[in-house]
Design a protein around this ligand. Structure first.
Ligand SMILES: NC(=O)c1ccc[n+]([C@@H]2O[C@H](COP(=O)([O-])OP(=O)(O)OC[C@H]3O[C@@H](n4cnc5c(N)ncnc54)[C@H](OP(=O)(O)O)[C@@H]3O)[C@@H](O)[C@H]2O)c1
Length: 305
């Protein structure tokens, strides 16, 4: 087994905790250290319970990152766009990139951005994730870009109201979906196999369903009939916020799905696991028994609270 020290930036968040859970479960990493701004919070303490050592630091103050980067051999990172917005997302990513360069000597950096992140896009977070990812690549440290698509965990707070799954997608759009779990296991496997994964990029997509198909799977699992409601894009902003509405517009008008099967085969071949279906996700997260409370609070929902 590895003797690496792995620093998890964003380690007290949804994705970071899932990554730490996978690392400890698979016995990857001799020491796992999780960055937090405040080790006394409930979410930081929940991370410590997974077996990570909490270290304090702040991406807005790059000098606070350095001692942790000096101690680390490898870094996994994500930054929550929704909590800070476009400019600060890029600034925090630049701070991390600068600190990584200043410290030097790291063996591997893995950044979890967003599916379809790209240089030419009207969707702010798909652009800022692209810019941050490129900044980390430019550090020269062996680098892996993971690009998870829409998380199934988002269905938790959206939920079913009056037998309806309401979401801003039209009837035709096939919606790529994944999970924290699949993103985390790809992350852990990449960190454990630096030579194989340095210089690679992967879209992490686990299932592909229209909104009608998504509602049908939820109906099957819960045993209660769920109707899809295609929220018109013009109403999406009021209900979900501007960024979410722009993202759904992108899903409808620019989201291609032709590479989905090939992408799944590539994940199976390179990471050695078959991604979760929506049905598996729902069954593993208590949807069969009905939901009083969401199992997860996604980053965009935390930012709205
Ligand atoms: N929702 C989707 O469908 C989807 C799909 C793909 C990608 N994404 C991306 O996922 C990201 C959100 O990930 P998440 O849900 O894991 O986020 P999260 O749960 O909100 O976690 C945020 C983490 O960042 C840390 N953090 C925040 N500000 C910091 C700072 N200034 N310095 C150091 N650490 C800081 C927090 O630590 P402390 O609070 O402990 O300091 C926490 O560990 C977003 O960027 C989003 O674009 C979302």
């Amino acid at each position: 087994m590895s003797t690496d020290t792995i620093l998890v930036v964003g380690g007290t968040g949804n994705q970071g905790r899932a990554v730490i859970d996978r690392l400890t479960d698979l016995g990857i990493g001799d020491e796992i250290i999780a960055l937090t701004r405040d080790a006394s919070t409930t979410h930081a303490q929940a991370t410590a319970e997974l077996g990570a050592e909490l270290v304090e630091g702040d991406l807005t103050e790059p000098e606070t990152l350095r001692p942790h980067l000096e101690r680390a051999d490898k870094v996994w990172a994500t930054i929550n766009f929704w909590a800070v917005g476009y400019d600060a997302h890029i600034e925090l990513g630049n701070n991390l990139g600068d600190a990584i360069e200043t410290v030097g000597g790291l063996e591997h950096v893995v950044y979890s951005g967003a599916g379809d992140q790209q240089e030419e896009t009207e969707v702010p977070h798909l652009h800022s994730h692209y810019v941050v990812s490129e900044r980390l690549r430019e550090t020269g440290v062996p680098y892996t870009a993971l690009k998870p698509v829409y998380f199934m965990e988002n269905w938790e707070p959206i939920g079913i109201e009056d037998g309806m799954l309401a979401f801003p997608l039209d009837e035709e759009t096939h919606h790529h979906q994944t999970t924290y779990y699949d993103t985390a296991r790809a992350s852990a496997i990449a960190l454990h196999n630096t030579d194989e994964f340095a210089g690679t990029a992967y879209t992490i997509a686990s299932d592909l369903l229209t909104l009608d198909e998504t509602a049908a799977v939820i109906s099957d699992v819960t045993g209660q009939h769920v109707d899809p409601y295609h929220v018109p894009l013009e109403d999406a902003e009021a209900e979900f916020g501007e960024e979410f509405a722009v993202m759904c517009d992108h899903f409808i008008n620019e989201g291609g799905h032709t590479s989905f099967e090939a992408n799944i085969r590539r994940i199976e071949r390179d990471f050695g696991f078959t991604p979760q279906t929506l049905e598996e996700y729902l069954r593993e997260n208590g949807w069969e028994d009905g939901k009083d409370e969401p199992t997860h609070v996604p980053g965009w929902v935390k930012a709205m609270q």
